[in-house]
Design a binder for this molecule. Structure first.
Ligand SMILES: Cc1cc2nc3c(=O)[nH]c(=O)nc-3n(C[C@H](O)[C@H](O)[C@H](O)COP(=O)(O)O)c2cc1C
Length: 154
């Protein structure tokens, strides 16, 4: 299966999860690209006008993993704007994850994941898995658990 891992990442946490997941999915026999969403300048919370420097095209992928940090108790606005502009995710299997710094899933993790799910479903995608990684103690174990869970989805 051709899988695209599309991430927005400012300080590299989310991107590092994508790299580890790519390795595992490739070992399972998939063709896997990582594509990074980048913007021109800072994107403030609540911002609607996002200028993209890199806006990956997802149409050639059979399945997608979207990853993003949590910002201001919600999905990072750059990722929200990126997902919103995708035309169609029809017939694609999708998994979503976020990374975050504050303890507990309710400090933005749950809200960010439900936003990602809602946007993906509104484009016709089938969300088959989600995960939240809190970037604190035992982060390596949490990443391994995400990889274990996501590697059997596709
Ligand atoms: C502007 C900003 C807002 C943030 N807001 C939250 C938040 O509301 N909840 C949380 O758990 N972490 C928050 N964080 C922490 C990031 O989500 C966390 O460090 C994440 O892993 C960064 O991912 P990245 O390295 O891929 O950019 C925030 C970070 C930044 C820079």
């Amino acid at each position: 299966m051709k899988i695209g891992i599309v991430v927005y990442s400012e300080t590299g946490h989310t991107y590092s999860v994508a790299e580890k997941l790519q390795e595992k999915l490739q070992a399972n026999g998939h063709l896997v690209d990582i594509e990074r969403v980048t913007t021109g300048g800072d994107v403030n919370p609540g911002s609607k006008n996002v200028t993209f420097q890199n806006q990956p095209d997802v149409q050639s992928y059979d399945a997608l993993v979207f990853g993003s940090p949590v910002h201001a108790f919600n999905l990072a606005p750059a990722m929200a704007a990126y997902l919103e502009q995708i035309q169609s995710l029809q017939d694609k299997k999708i998994a979503c994850f976020v990374t975050k710094g504050l303890p507990f899933n309710w400090t933005g993790g749950n809200k960010a994941i439900s936003k990602m799910k809602k946007i993906c479903q509104s484009k016709g995608g089938t969300v088959v898995g989600t995960d939240i990684i809190i970037w604190r103690d035992n982060v390596d174990e949490k990443i391994e658990e995400l990889i274990r869970r996501f590697s059997v989805l596709f």
